[in-house]
Design a protein around this ligand. Structure first.
Ligand SMILES: Cc1cc2nc3c(=O)[nH]c(=O)nc-3n(C[C@H](O)[C@H](O)[C@H](O)COP(=O)(O)OP(=O)(O)OC[C@H]3O[C@@H](n4cnc5c(N)ncnc54)[C@H](O)[C@@H]3O)c2cc1C
Ligand SMILES: *[C@@H]1O[C@H](CO)[C@@H](O)[C@H](O)[C@H]1NC(C)=O
Ligand SMILES: *[C@@H]1O[C@H](CO)[C@@H](O)[C@H](O)[C@H]1NC(C)=O
Ligand SMILES: *[C@@H]1O[C@H](CO)[C@@H](O)[C@H](O)[C@H]1NC(C)=O
Ligand SMILES: *[C@@H]1O[C@H](CO)[C@@H](O)[C@H](O)[C@H]1NC(C)=O
Length: 539
């Protein structure tokens, strides 16, 4: 890359800005700012793009996309600068200057990484925050769309629904999740039994590689295009935008919720569900949530299994289907609701059904502190095993815990394991994501919640996938192992790598070795190149 020299003026403005705010900076920090300000052309751009600590907006820009307040404490390592590029050249400049001056780069889109990897690092780092890369172009005629990485799923769904009520996109259920990280790890929601993962429906992408080259599917080649659709973020390059294939949905879908607590045979019904749900038609999505709730006896608690789902069809068809295949659920018309697909997004997102505009609101739901872990289940869990799982939810630490258990099968059974990096396809009855949550005020006691999640995970060992015990990379779990910062070995990374990717891990390592042999794009669980270079301490 060759960059023209601009005048010193913009940089001097930054110097003034910093000295006014009382920041003291060491040499590499100055050098980085100097490098970047030279390339951003003028002060007006600089003030919109560079946020250093002590800039009055730094903290709000940092917090705006933190979706796990476990990583929003005074002790959490903070980036020396947050860069919010307005255009592609700013992204390239940030990449160039952080490489040149030895700062780690953390790419952030929606900021939902459950281990905070997009905004926390143990070494000096900057955040490349794609909050201004949120454009979405929907082409209903060709049934495709381009979506920039910083856009949220809510913004994407909203943009599709603004044009048509018979096209959709099969991605996650939480409206504030970002396309950038979500698509990079697979991504699924209520349409995945019909159409597969979000990543299965990506047909092109625009990416910047470590050398600053802007690539599309053709110029990056099929290996890299394969790897970025599920191999995890912050690893192969900076994905700026994705071209996605839209999928047909009927104008009317039917959603339903049935709650069963322990006194209402929740254990038995969930046990039965395991034999049935994965074999139901792919037009049906069904998810079980296990949570602690108030019992009908005042002051007592029980555990509830919430069976929530959606049929791509009408209510009569749904009731007939469930009465035939799963009568134990006792589904009745009052549990069901016909609506448009976009309204179902609100329903599954836990949002009020009044107005779809709320999909554009990133603060519609409160942010908590959380720890997540995940499993895949291939054999039905015996009733005694479910009883133990249920009783763990009665423990004190589980007040705000949930096990989210979507049935697999359908289209997921038809896609070969090596089609994309995401390998958890045929043979899975369901996935289970365990999330334990607490408030920011309770962060000092986070240890007790995290150890509850570890005890639950350990309890589940006999009932879940083995050799490897598979896990979903989008619910990253650093308990599975991390890369050393100064040297990343293939062997060490294999421990978690095979859990997330099974044999696809090997191909991911090959691709990484080709596109980023010096391992510039890295985090605690990024794919290492085969012969990972040693890093100087602190870089
Ligand atoms: C409340 C909540 C609900 C969720 N619901 C679902 C769900 O329904 N289905 C599901 O499958 N998953 C779900 N997830 C998991 C979610 O898919 C992942 O956390 C996802 O990685 C988040 O993407 P993001 O852009 O919001 O996060 P970020 O934190 O911004 O990014 C995640 C990772 O990708 C990297 N990255 C981000 N943008 C880019 C880019 N443009 N180029 C390269 N790398 C990038 C980051 O550095 C980081 O390592 C949920 C998570 C939470 C916290
Ligand atoms: C700063 O640069 C941007 C484009 O990079 C331009 O649109 C804007 O007019 C410039 N502002 C000044 C004050 O020169
Ligand atoms: C950002 O979060 C931190 C940590 O919770 C808090 O101290 C700070 O006041 C927040 N800043 C803003 C602007 O909300
Ligand atoms: C629970 O199941 C038992 C038999 O398995 C049945 O007799 C009982 O009525 C059920 N209870 C409820 C609340 O459905
Ligand atoms: C559960 O019960 C407690 C009192 O025991 C009460 O404060 C709380 O509001 C109840 N929660 C719900 C969701 O009803």
């Amino acid at each position: 890359m060759k960059f023209p020299q601009f005048s010193m003026l913009p940089f001097l403005m930054v110097v003034v800005m910093l000295s006014l705010s009382g920041t003291t900076l060491s040499h590499p920090h100055w050098d980085f700012l100097h490098c970047l300000s030279l390339r951003l052309a003028n002060y007006s751009t600089i003030s919109k793009v560079i946020y250093v600590q002590n800039n009055p907006s730094y903290s709000s820009v940092l917090n705006a996309s933190i979706h796990n307040t476990r990583f929003s404490t005074p002790a959490t390592p903070k980036p020396f600068a947050i860069i919010t590029p307005l255009k592609t050249s700013h992204v390239r400049s940030t990449l160039y200057c952080s490489k040149k001056h030895g700062f780690q780069l953390r790419i952030r889109s929606g900021g939902h990484d459950v281990e905070g990897l997009s905004y926390v690092s143990e070494v000096p780092f900057v955040i490349l925050d794609l909050l201004n890369f949120r454009a979405i172009k929907v082409d209903t005629k060709n049934e495709v769309a381009w979506v920039q990485s910083g856009a949220t799923l809510g913004e994407l769904y909203y943009a599709i629904a603004a044009k048509t009520n018979t096209l959709a996109f099969p991605a996650g259920m939480c409206h504030t999740v970002g396309a950038g990280g979500h698509f990079s790890g697979g991504g699924y929601g209520t349409l995945f039994r019909k159409y597969g993962l979000a990543a299965d429906n990506i047909i092109d992408a625009r990416m910047i590689d470590v050398n600053g080259r802007i690539l599309d599917r053709k110029s990056m080649g099929e290996d890299v295009f394969w790897a970025i659709r599920g191999g995890g973020g912050n690893t192969f390059g900076i994905v700026l935008a994705w071209k996605i294939k839209l999928v047909p949905v009927p104008a009317v879908v039917t959603v339903f919720t049935v709650n069963k607590n322990l006194e209402q045979n929740a254990t038995k019904i969930f046990h039965r569900w395991q034999y049935i749900a994965h074999k139901l038609p792919d037009d049906l999505f069904m998810n079980v949530w296990i949570t602690k709730v108030n019992s009908s006896q005042v002051g007592m608690k029980t555990v509830q299994a919430t069976f929530r789902g959606m049929l791509l069809g009408g209510v009569d068809e749904l009731i007939t289907l469930i009465q035939d295949k799963f009568p134990e659920l006792g589904l009745a018309e009052e549990n069901c609701n016909e609506m448009s697909w976009i309204e179902s997004v609100l329903y599954f997102g836990g949002l009020p059904l009044q107005s779809v505009d709320i999909l554009l609101d990133k603060n519609a739901l409160p942010t908590l502190s959380l720890k997540a872990k995940s499993d895949y289940v291939k054999e039905p869990i015996p009733e005694s095993g479910i009883e133990g799982l249920m009783s763990m939810f009665l423990e004190e630490e589980a007040d705000n815990a949930v096990a989210m258990i979507p049935a697999f099968g359908g289209k997921m059974d038809d896609i070969p394991e090596n089609e994309l990096p995401y390998p958890h396809r045929a043979g899975n009855l369901f996935e289970a994501t365990y999330i334990v949550q607490w408030t920011k005020e309770e962060n000092a006691e986070s240890g007790k919640y995290i150890s509850w999640s570890r005890r639950l995970y350990s309890y589940m060992t006999p009932y879940v996938s083995k050799s490897p015990r598979e896990a979903y990379v989008n619910y990253r779990d650093l308990d599975l192992g991390i890369n050393n910062n100064d040297y990343t070995s293939y062997e060490q990374a294999s421990i978690w790598g095979f859990k997330y990717f099974k044999n696809n891990f090997k191909r991911l390592v090959q691709v990484k070795t080709k596109v980023d042999p010096m391992n510039f794009f890295r985090n605690e669980q990024s794919i290492p190149p085969l012969l990972s270079p040693w890093k100087k301490k602190g870089n």
